[in-house]
Write a protein of this length. Structure first.
Length: 209
């Protein structure tokens, strides 16, 4: 029997309000229509342990120290990788993941001033050698992302309540990640209509075998 080919891990990154969830759902439908097995997951979450960490780390009633925050995200990620991501990839699935390590590099490494290299190190321990095959970065001005958030019918979580300077720092960090890894990370203009964003994303995935 021939071994099953490893699947593909496609991550979606960007500021809150950039349209990550909308793009993830559109990609899932578009790729599934081609007869591909597609699994859509989010971070932090996806499995029970990680979902409980998600509730903890996003609770606006809690004061979470920056280092604690970074470690909680890494712990949730470690559980998701071990329990679900690696098995799905071994089975040959295409996994669409709403956020992954790059989020921690931008939010905790830069936004919380913990250092990108330091946060990268704890996430390397959490995820092992697993790296996305392609990362789609939805670029959006922080003010536009914030205005989109205000139209939601849900209360902002603990991170979403941060100020403008926090999100400006994160946007700059994401841009630096694109410059560092242009082959893996493809930037997409998220101010376009959703159908154009989806089209741009499919173009950015076209060269994946």
């Amino acid at each position: 029997m021939r071994p099953v080919a490893r699947g593909k891990l496609i991550t979606i990154e960007g500021l809150d309000g950039a349209g990550k969830s909308t793009l993830a759902e559109g990609l899932r439908d578009a790729l599934a229509a081609r007869g591909l097995r597609v699994e859509l997951l989010r971070e932090p979450g996806g499995v029970e342990v990680s979902e409980q960490i998600r509730a903890l780390v996003k609770d606006p009633a809690l004061a979470v120290a920056p280092r604690t925050e970074a470690l909680l995200y890494a712990a949730a990620r470690a559980q998701l990788v071990e329990e679900l991501l690696l098995p799905l990839l071994r089975e040959g699935a295409i996994v669409l993941l709403d956020r992954f390590v790059d989020s921690s590099l931008a939010y905790q490494g830069a936004g919380r001033s913990l250092g990108v290299d330091e946060v990268r190190a704890i996430n390397r321990f959490a995820t092992g050698p697993l790296t996305p095959d392609r990362t789609l970065l939805l670029r959006i001005p922080p003010a536009v992302g914030r205005s989109r958030q205000h139209t939601r019918a849900v209360e902002p979580d603990r991170l979403e309540r941060e100020g403008e300077a926090f999100f400006a720092t994160i946007a700059t960090a994401y841009d630096q990640l694109v410059r560092t890894e242009p082959e893996r990370i493809r930037a997409i203009d998220a101010t376009q209509p959703p159908e154009r964003v989806l089209e741009s994303a499919l173009d950015a995935l076209a060269d994946l075998a």
